[in-house]
Design a protein around this ligand. Structure first.
Ligand code: OSB
Ligand code: MG
Length: 368
C-alpha cells in the first residue's frame, strides 16, 4: 500500500450530557483523527483515548506523541500490502494500544476503499445487522436514571447497562428490578471494587443480571477467578483484556465467561480477529464495547460486531446518543428491533466523512 499523505486532526466534541463512570466524568472529548491518503482514496481512524489516564494508561496527548513520533514515521518507511501486516511494523512499540489501533483502523479503511470492499467483507463478518445496547452513566439520583431507562426501553435498545460504584450499586439494581423484572440488565464497575467487597457482588447475584462487567482491578485476574467461583452471574472482562493472550488466560482460569472486546483496547482489528478465532474455538460469547466514539470509531465497531462470535448486545448506540455534530454521513439510527445496520453501500467503514463537520470544531491540524 502506498501512502502519499497523512493528516492528524484534533477535534473538540461536546457530549450532549456528561457521562459519569466510577473513574470520572466526561463532558467533552478531544478526538484525534488520522487520515491516510493513497491517490484519491482516504482511510480514517479515530483514537479513543481520553483526556486523562483513568480508563487505561493512555491519554490523547500520549497517543498523539506515539502516533506522530513513531507509528507514522515507521509506516512511511515500511512496505506492506495488507493491514494485517501493521502489528509487525509497530511491534517494537510496547503497549500504546489505542495509538496503534487508531492508525491500524485507518489502514483497514483505506485498504477497503482501494479494494472496493466493505470492512465487514474484509474481516468476514457474517451479520448484516447488529444488536444494540445502551450504557447509562451514574446519575445524580435514581429518578433521573429511571427516566433514562424508560427512554432506552422505548427506543428498543436490546439491553441496558448501568455503571456502578460503591454507594450506587445494590440498592439501585434492586429498585430497577422492582419496576422492570425482566429487563435485560447488566452492570459495569470499571474496576471500582476489590475482592474484599465481595458482599456487593453476592448481593447483586440475586438480581438476574446478564453479567457483571469488570468488577475488580484490571490486573486482578486471580481475584476475578475467586469471585467468579462464588457467583452464578457471569463476569465479563473489559479493562483486563488487552490481547488475545490475556483472553486465553482469563478463559482458561475461568476469570470470566464473557469478554467485552474494544478493538482499540487490544491494539486493533488484527488482534480483535485473533480474539474472535479463540472465542469461536472455545465458545466464549463476545460483544463490542464502546469509548464514546464519534461516527468514525462507531462505524468500525459496527463492522467488528458483525463477526459471528459477537453474539451479545453491543455498547454501540445510535449516533444521536452522545453528540449533535455528526462527522459521518449517513448516521447510525436504531431500527424498531433495537439493531443497527452494518453499512454495505460504501467501501471501508462504509460512511462518508464530513470534512466541514471536522473543520467546525478543529483545534489542531497536522500534515505529515
Ligand atoms: O467501560 O465500557 C466502558 C465509556 C468510556 C470508557 C469506558 C466505558 C464506557 C462505556 C460507554 O461504557 C460505551 C459507549 O456507549 O461508547
Ligand atoms: Mg466497561
Amino acid at each position: 500500500m502506498k501512502i502519499d499523505k497523512i493528516g492528524i486532526f484534533l477535534v473538540k466534541m461536546e457530549l450532549k450530557h456528561p457521562f459519569r463512570t466510577s473513574f470520572g466524568v466526561t463532558k467533552e472529548r478531544d478526538v484525534l483523527l488520522v487520515s491516510l491518503h493513497s491517490g484519491d482514496k482516504t482511510g480514517w481512524g479515530e483514537c479513543v483515548a481520553e483526556h486523562g489516564p483513568w480508563y487505561s494508561e493512555e491519554t490523547i496527548t500520549s497517543c498523539k506523541h506515539t502516533i506522530t513520533e513513531y507509528i507514522i514515521p515507521w509506516i512511511k518507511k515500511a512496505k506492506f500490502d495488507h493491514p494485517k501486516e501493521f502489528p509487525s511494523i509497530v511491534q517494537k512499540i510496547k503497549g500504546n494500544h489505542m495509538a496503534k489501533a487508531c492508525v491500524e483502523d485507518a489502514i483497514w479503511d483505506l485498504y477497503g476503499k482501494l479494494e472496493e470492499k466493505t470492512l465487514r467483507e474484509l474481516i468476514k463478518g457474517e451479520k448484516k445487522t447488529i444488536p444494540s445496547g445502551i450504557s447509562l452513566g451514574i446519575q445524580q439520583d435514581f429518578e433521573t436514571l429511571l427516566k433514562k431507562i424508560q427512554n432506552a426501553i422505548e427506543q428498543k435498545y436490546k439491553r441496558i447497562k448501568i455503571k456502578i460504584e460503591p454507594g450506587w450499586d445494590v440498592e439501585i439494581v434492586r429498585k430497577i428490578r422492582d419496576k422492570y423484572s425482566d429487563l435485560p440488565l447488566m452492570v459495569d464497575a470499571n474496576s471500582a471494587y476489590r475482592l474484599k467487597d465481595e458482599d456487593v457482588f453476592l448481593a447483586l447475584d440475586k438480581y438476574d443480571l446478564m453479567m457483571i462487567e469488570q468488577p475488580l482491578q484490571s490486573y486482578d485476574i486471580m481475584d476475578h477467578v475467586k469471585l467468579q467461583k462464588k457467583l452464578s452471574t457471569p463476569l465479563c472482562l473489559d479493562e483486563s483484556i488487552k490481547s488475545v493472550d490475556d483472553a486465553r488466560v482469563a478463559i482458561e482460569y475461568d476469570a470470566c465467561k464473557i469478554i467485552n472486546v474494544k478493538p482499540a483496547r487490544v491494539g486493533g482489528i488484527t488482534e480483535t480477529l485473533k480474539i474472535h478465532e479463540l472465542a469461536d474455538l472455545l465458545k466464549i460469547p463476545l460483544w463490542c464495547g464502546g469509548m464514546l466514539e464519534t461516527g468514525i470509531g462507531r462505524a468500525k465497531n459496527v463492522a467488528v460486531a458483525s463477526l459471528s462470535t459477537f453474539t451479545l448486545p453491543n455498547d454501540i448506540s445510535e449516533s444521536a446518543r452522545y453528540y449533535t455534530n455528526y462527522l459521518i454521513d449517513p448516521i447510525f439510527e436504531l431500527t424498531e428491533n433495537g439493531t443497527l445496520d452494518v453499512p454495505s453501500k460504501l467501501p471501508g467503514i462504509g460512511v462518508s466523512i464530513k470534512n466541514e463537520a471536522i473543520e467546525r470544531n478543529l483545534k489542531e491540524k497536522l500534515e505529515l
